[in-house]
Design a protein around this ligand. Structure first.
Ligand code: 13P
Ligand code: 13P
Ligand code: MG
Ligand code: MG
Length: 365
């Protein structure tokens, strides 16, 4: 019997600006899921956690992706939590609930969604990455490294089950279209697109040999859904590991270097993505720097064993130190690019007003 992993997330309000989800909200979410499931069994197992100010619902079930009952359950949890957040006057209460018109699916309503369905292997390790203060395309670089870069993933060279390559499904968020590209043979074409993560976003990765799902990300762009800035996408990513997929350590390896992502303060700055333990997923310095956590689970008969807090490892201390150095260096630029995002990618801007105010003072050159 197939199992589905659904990770559905939303920022429904937070404690002290955009720092963390209030512990009471996490309790409410857990209780709501358990109660809903008592009335009607929809899911097999679940785990609720926060990454900074984002509430993350990790669920397993037998209903496949885009299931009305599963999405409905998550939606009700967010609505209940947002109601409480409003009562508590938490910051940005209801932030990611952009539309309340639920009709069977949370896509397009504000939450981020990553789901995959597969037949459980003899042993099935998965890693769920969750980020705060960054955009959906932040997974492009690590996904390329995990599934297509032999300098990252030894298995691409030495494991015959992995070396046949992978298929990347890429969305063009500007034009609303998608494309499928194969690695290694189309690596350069792939990189030419996904190297522009504000526009092109890797939605999923499959094994070329048998089309088996290997990774799925949330690609919802909040500002596109809302038509204006409400908060950053703060995406999630599910990756399967071992036995025909990259090993757990190969999946984590790209995060040993804190690459630059966009997000951070007001969603409008480039900064390093810092891998941290669950307890350090709390963006404070200039509302950042952007964070990523990794929750490892074994999926066993539809249940989740774990999580293991995978970045809670001194092996990532160097990445954290380096991220702090990069953060200082980037901050030194203040309002200048490339710390500040280019004009077209800015989430907040006074630019049109300034143009208007100064319009009669420009002189032809
Ligand atoms: P073990 O020999 O510890 O199972 O490790 C194999 C492996 O895949 C390491 O990445
Ligand atoms: P979030 O997207 O995490 O809510 O952060 C918003 C923001 O503007 C931080 O400065
Ligand atoms: Mg927020
Ligand atoms: Mg957030």
């Amino acid at each position: 019997m197939k199992v589905t992993i659904s990770v559905i997330k939303a920022d429904i309000g937070s404690l002290v600006g955009h720092s963390v989800v209030h512990p009471k909200i996490i309790e409410i979410a857990k209780k709501e899921i358990a109660n809903a499931n008592k009335k009607k069994k929809i899911i097999e197992d679940f785990f609720v956690i926060n990454c900074g100010d984002d509430l993350e619902l990790i669920m397993t079930h037998r209903n496949g992706i885009d299931n009305k009952n599963v999405h409905g359950l998550a939606w009700n949890v967010f609505i209940k939590c947002a109601e409480e957040a409003k009562k508590m006057k938490l910051y940005g209460a209801g932030q990611d609930i952009i539309s309340t018109a639920f009709s069977g699916n949370v896509r397009g309503l504000g939450p981020g969604i990553a789901e995959m369905e597969f037949e459980e292997r003899g042993s099935d390790p998965i890693i769920i990455f969750m980020a705060d203060k960054t955009e959906a395309g932040a997974w492009n670089l690590p996904l390329y490294k995990i599934f297509a870069d032999p300098f990252n993933t030894a298995g691409l060279v030495i494991d015959p089950k992995v070396s046949k390559g992978f298929i990347f499904d890429v969305l063009d968020t500007k034009e609303g279209r998608k494309i499928t590209l194969k690695t290694p043979e189309e690596s350069y074409e792939l990189l030419s697109l996904i190297g522009a993560p504000s526009r092109y976003v890797v939605k999923s990765v499959r094994r070329k040999e048998d089309n088996e799902i290997a990774a799925v990300s949330s690609t919802e762009k909040l500002s596109k859904m809302a038509g204006h800035y409400v908060g950053k996408d703060d995406p999630v990513l599910i990756v399967r590991a071992q036995s025909g997929f990259p090993a757990v350590g190969e999946v984590l390896e790209p995060f040993a270097n804190p690459f630059l992502v966009s997000g951070w303060m007001r969603g409008s700055h480039h900064g390093p993505l810092m891998p941290v333990s669950f307890s350090h997923a709390k963006c404070t310095r200039f509302d950042g720097p952007p964070r990523v956590i990794a929750a490892g689970f074994q999926v066993a008969n539809g249940k989740l064993l774990g999580p293991v807090d995978l970045f809670d490892d001194p092996g990532f201390d160097y990445a954290r130190n380096k991220a702090n150095k990069i953060a200082n260096y980037m901050r030194m630029h203040g309002p200048f690019e490339p710390h500040r995002l280019p004009l077209e990618d800015l989430e907040y801007t006074t630019y049109p007003e300034i143009e208007k105010k100064l319009k009669d003072r420009w002189k032809k050159i």
